[in-house]
Ligand binder design. Structure first.
Ligand code: C2E
Ligand code: MG
Ligand code: MG
Length: 756
């Protein structure tokens, strides 16, 4: 039997059944055959039977009702338990407000969220409202009022509620307003959770995002496979790449090519072992420009400790580098002229000294001081003085070129470092060139201004092997130059100054000599050793000095070579000699050839063959009558160049002789390939003949060499008959020397020839 009906229905049913039993039971029993007496007798029994049956029915009904209730209670308990577990696991507290009163049920978890036990928390609306943060209270009341008035079914809010410990917690609440049959709110129920931590996390995320967006440093994030996943605005500003250009790509797209594989290897090694790397790295911007950046890379791991991302934070340090560079420039340069200052000059000298030590080089240090510069400052003012100093710096800079260091050492003092100055002559040339370059006036406000200077020179390594010593010595040389009348230079070593001054004087006199025709050509006869017939002559230059008389070439050829005058001298001698040879031929002299010396300095220049060709053409001399003498060292110093030039000369048809043979270091292989006709055995090997065994051995060797290469051999410097006879004996064909005849003017040679 199911007790689905209401208790009233059940009671009415019972009344009907009981009434029917009272009214009808007797008639039913009589009808069943019971007599009236027995009926009266069984009345009591009948009453008990009714009570028994109805009692049993009532029992059955109640038992079923009870078991149904048990089931329902059980279902309710388990559903409540489930709800409570669900709320607990979601960390949610529950509240349930009976709106007809101010009573509110707060779940144990809700109270716990705020640090209370349920019995301590209170069970009305004010337990919640009273704990709201004062700033939130007004809003909370507003929201409640709106909820009730507008009957909004769903409610959501975030407010701060005071915890038992006095701090406020952010509670996130969601609830539902339930209305009764009349549509009046009667229950407001919902859950709350503590989101204080989440709010804090969100706050820090928001702050991190703001930092990410606004930091001046570029930030780049990649996943563990090095695919770019985030970049910030500074990244775009620095590299020029928008995020859409780079997302999903690899950071290797920024490589500049400036670093070798070892650099990247050490970077990855640091990242994998220490989880971080920082350092300077050169990358490429979108516009192709390569720039330095300071970069920190860090690897990021997830909660399980697996590598998940890399984050790179970098700043563009090109501006810093640039300003470092500028600072460096300022520290090492004179602000007025832009030239290196004393500090940098000292560093350059130091480097030059070390190089000189390593490579056995020699160099010179020149200190230049303007003469009477004080007067310029005092009379024309410091601005004009500064302008003049600047102009002087520019003019000197143009005079020296980039391979020398010109510095302004302060005031009116300049320094010049020439780290390739093998000879003192070069230094004196340089000093002269410097004084020369200042000799032209400077135009200041269209007014010409003449500046004089004095120069002190120290040479290294001879005059010192430290910066201080060289500077000190150059300074004392400068002092001497100033004292000796200014507008001049002086070496630290007095001998050198003397020597240099003589050379300088010689050079200017030589220039004059060339212009004024003070040079002469003398001719020395060349004889066959067998029949002693004169078959040629060598043209040798002389200088008819107005005061010193005849100056031999040994004194002025080196000066001419250093000053560049040699080209003009040799050209002049060549013209004279060729013209003379033509005249001799015209006079019936049977000479095979005329020999002319060619300086080794002309070997480096290309135009020698053109010049020879021109002279031959102009004089009309047969090329085969001209013999050009080049020294052995000139040939062997630059064999390729010499071979080229000799071949060109050979093509002209002229003959070629190697002068001073035996004093240089000939390569026999090279010698074999050169188009030469003659070897001139140097007179130093003839001098000791025939008694000096070494000289004799060398003479024999050269003669044999000449014979085997098919070259004629001429012995120079034969002064005695004995020497001539000996040389003839050992196979030498030609000879030249005082014994045959000294170098002499053409007319004398002709006369001597006629007399012979
Ligand atoms: P060189 O070409 O080897 O000339 C031979 C030198 O030996 C000449 O000296 C000559 O006077 C000298 N001499 C000749 N016979 C004897 C002798 O028996 N004993 C001694 N002790 N000396 C003798 P010089 O004329 O003083 O010339 C010296 C060097 O100057 C020449 O050596 C040549 O290299 C160079 N030279 C002369 N004239 C010119 C020229 O026009 N141009 C060039 N570039 N160099 C020239
Ligand atoms: Mg010669
Ligand atoms: Mg010689």
């Amino acid at each position: 039997m199911k007790l689905q009906r209401s208790p009233l229905q059940l009671s009415l049913l019972y009344l009907i059944v009981a009434a029917l039993w009272i009214l009808c039971s007797d008639a039913l029993l009589l009808w069943l055959g019971l007599d009236r007496e027995a009926l009266a007798h069984y009345q009591t029994f009948k009453g008990f039977a009714f009570v028994l049956i109805t009692g049993l029915v009532l029992y059955a009904a109640l038992a079923q009702h009870r078991s149904q209730q048990e089931l329902a209670r059980e279902a309710l308990r388990s559903s409540e338990e489930r709800l409570s577990l669900a709320l607990d696991s979601a960390d949610e507290g529950m509240w349930d407000w009976d709106m007809k009163s101010t009573r509110v049920f707060y779940s144990a978890r809700y109270c716990e969220l705020l640090g209370y036990r349920p019995e301590e928390f209170g069970a009305d609306r004010d337990a919640w409202l009273g704990r709201l943060h004062p700033e939130d209270r007004h809003l909370a009341e507003e929201r409640l009022r709106a909820l009730i008035e507008d009957r909004t079914p769903y409610y959501e809010s975030i407010f701060r509620i005071r915890h038992r410990d006095g701090n406020y917690r952010w509670l996130y609440s969601r609830g539902r307003l339930l209305l009764d049959d009349q549509g009046q709110p009667h229950r407001f129920i919902g859950t709350s959770s503590d989101i204080t931590q989440r709010r804090a996390d969100e706050d820090s995320l928001r702050q991190a995002a703001a930092v990410f967006d606004s930091t001046l440093e570029g930030v780049l994030v990649t996943d563990r496979d090095l695919h770019i996943s985030h970049v910030n605005p500074a990244f775009t500003r620095i590299t020029g790449y928008e995020s859409k250009d780079v997302l999903g790509k690899s950071p290797s797209m920024f490589k500049s090519g400036r670093h070798d594989p070892a650099f990247y290897q050490s970077l990855w090694h640091a990242l994998s072992t220490r989880g971080t790397w920082s350092g300077e790295i050169w990358n490429r911007r979108k516009n192709g420009e390569v720039f330095p950046m300071w970069q920190c890379i860090r690897s990021i791991h997830d909660e399980n400790g697996h590598l998940s991302h890399y984050v790179a934070v970098f700043s563009d340090v090109s501006a810093i580098k640039h300003s470092q560079h500028e600072l460096d420039f300022l520290a090492h340069h004179d602000p007025l002229t832009g030239l290196p200052n004393r500090l940098l000059f000292g560093e350059r000298i130091e480097q030059a000294l070390q190089r000189a030590k390593r490579e056995g080089r020699r160099g010179a240090l020149l200190l230049l001081d303007l003469d009477h510069f004080k007067i310029v400052n005092e009379s024309l003012g410091h601005n004009t003085g500064d302008l003049l100093l600047k102009m002087i710096g520019e003019r000197l800079g143009a005079a020296f070129g980039p391979d020398m260091t010109l510095a302004r050492l302060g005031g009116d003092e300049y320094g010049v470092l020439c780290d390739d100055c093998a000879e003192a002559e070069q230094a004196s040339q340089l000093a002269l060139q410097t004084l020369d370059s200042l000799s032209q006036p400077f135009l200041l406000d269209d007014q010409p201004l003449f500046v004089g200077a004095s120069i002190g020179i120290s040479l290294y390594p001879d005059d010192g092997d430290s910066v201080e010593q060289l500077m000190r010595n150059a300074d004392s040389a400068l002092f001497r130059a100033k004292n000796s009348g200014r507008q001049t230079f002086s070496f630290y070593s007095q001998d050198m100054t003397q020597h240099a001054l003589i050379r300088v004087r010689l050079e200017s006199q030589l220039r004059l000599a060339l212009e004024e025709g003070q040079l002469r050509v003398h001719y020395q006869p060349i004889h066959r050793l067998d029949d002693q017939r004169m078959i040629g002559a060598e043209a040798l230059v002389r200088w008819q000095h107005p005061e010193r008389g005849l100056v031999p070439p040994g004194e002025f050829i080196p000066v001419a070579e250093d000053s560049g005058l040699i080209g003009a001298i040799d050209a002049w001698v060549l013209e004279q000699a060729c013209a003379q040879m033509c005249r001799w031929q015209a006079a019936g002299m049977s000479l095979e050839f005329i020999a002319v010396n060619v300086s080794s300095r002309l070997f480096g220049r290309g135009e020698l063959d053109l010049r020879v060709e021109r002279v031959l053409r102009e004089t009309g001399l047969e090329p085969a009558r001209l013999e050009l003498e080049v020294t052995e060292s000139a040939v062997m110093d630059n064999p390729e160049r010499a071979s080229e030039l000799l071949t060109q000369l050979h093509k002209l048809g002229v003959r070629l002789a190697i002068d001073d043979f035996g004093t240089g270091y000939s390569s026999l292989a090279r010698l074999k390939s050169l188009p030469v006709h003659k070897l001139k055995l140097d007179q130093s090997f003839v001098r000791g003949l025939p008694h000096d065994r070494e000289d004799a051995a060398i003479a024999r060797a050269v003669i044999t060499l000449g014979q085997s290469l098919g070259l004629r051999v001429l012995a120079e410097g034969i002064e005695t008959e004995e020497q001539a006879a000996y040389l003839r004996e050992i196979g030498c064909v030609l000879g030249q020397g005082y014994w045959f005849g000294r170098p002499q003017p053409a007319e004398q040679l002709l006369a001597a020839q006629a007399n012979a």
